[in-house]
Ligand binder design. Structure first.
Ligand SMILES: [Zn+2]
Length: 353
């Protein structure tokens, strides 16, 4: 009998607004950090180094070491982690996926707080405790640690390439189908849904899809996207698994990553797969159409070169990506329905060609 309440870790420092990158010094000073190391994404020292170093210096914070992360092979990450100065009080990751993944794992290995500073909003990885590293050439998801702090500069993510914003939109919309898969799994006696994680994940996506916006570069739209992806990351921590944020649509994307000759950005694949699965689940597909049309997601996805043939393949491979789960795609009749919708739905035919 499970009687204990959840014990979870949530970020202590959380700051999402315009122009806060150049205020990173005062933000860290407020939390009494005095000596830090920084891992930048490839080429990002040139882009963001000046405001970051300037702000830290002005706040009396020493940067003991700053380096760029080119690869995330686990051996290299471990090797570099143990060369960092023992006086370090926090490790800051500034970049897209790789810098954050490396910094998160370094923080775990050295027992330092991790400060997550994403420079794009392409997925919910910046706020999750999972990190994706390469082991013997394969990308593996490893449990690491929840960020101590998350700092998101709206101006920075606005200036990142548009494909990342579309990817973030796709990854966030997927929480609608992921939730439905998780509930389906419980209805079939395979798991117990975590009520709190489900509520948070649903609230995150609902707040986002109900936000009025002009373009995807609107400040409010980007803040909603950032806040909601943050909440989605935290819902995984509550559940102790990725189930609240990752269902059959993510299995399709993982299958495309593994077997397609031309895998695309995570959130682009996931967004298209979410629309497909919402039709299979017969759940909230009108809402998903509205959001993916209004943001321009479908138009953008159309230019990415994804194909119906690849999706056909991914639907069949999906159940074996995570054999222990029981999503709609783990049931033969729903896989059949997915193939049928894939070939008959005018939006999917238009996007996938
Ligand atoms: Zn995702």
């Amino acid at each position: 009998m499970a009687v204990d309440n959840h014990q979870i870790v949530v970020p202590t420092l959380l700051d999402v607004r315009k122009g806060n990158l150049k205020e990173i010094g005062p933000l860290l000073q407020r939390h009494e950090f005095k000596k830090v190391v920084i891992l930048f994404g490839s080429g990002l020292t040139e882009l963001f180094g000046d405001p970051v170093f300037g702000s830290l210096k002005a706040s009396g914070i020493d940067v003991l070491k700053s380096e760029e992360v080119a690869d995330i092979d686990i051996d290299g990450v471990v090797d570099r982690a143990f060369q960092l100065p023992f006086q370090t009080e926090a490790v800051i990751g500034i970049g897209g996926g790789k810098a954050l993944d490396a910094a998160k794992y370094t923080a775990l290995l050295r027992k330092w707080p991790f400060i997550s500073v994403p420079t794009s909003m392409s997925n919910d990885g910046f706020s999750s405790s999972n990190t994706s590293l390469t082991i013997h050439g394969r990308r593996i998801s490893v449990h690491a640690k929840m960020p101590y702090g998350i700092i998101i500069d709206i101006d920075v993510i606005k200036n990142a390439p548009e494909c990342f914003i579309y990817s973030g939109v796709g990854d966030l919309v997927s929480k609608i189908t992921a939730a439905q898969d998780w509930i389906f799994e419980e209805q079939n006696g395979r798991t117990r849904v975590d009520d709190c994680a489900l509520m948070l994940s649903k609230k995150a996506v609902n707040s986002f899809v109900r936000t009025d916006f002009g373009t995807i570069k609107d400040d409010l739209f980007l803040k909603e996207l950032a806040d909601s992806l943050t909440m989605a990351g935290i819902s995984m921590e509550i559940a102790g698994s990725s189930a609240p944020t990752s269902g059959s649509e993510h299995l399709i994307s993982h299958a495309l990553d593994t077997y397609s000759p031309h895998p695309q950005l995570h959130g682009l694949q996931v967004g298209v797969a979410s629309y497909l699965m919402s039709k299979v689940q017969n759940h909230r597909f009108e809402r998903i159409i509205t959001v993916l049309k209004a943001t321009g997601f479908f138009d953008f996805a159309k230019s990415a070169g994804m194909t119906t043939a690849d999706f056909d393949m991914a639907i069949d491979k999906a159940p074996n990506v995570k054999p222990m789960r029981y999503t709609y795609l783990h049931v033969a009749k729903y896989r059949e329905r997915a193939h049928q919708i894939l070939h008959e739905d005018p939006i999917l035919q238009d996007v996938l060609g």
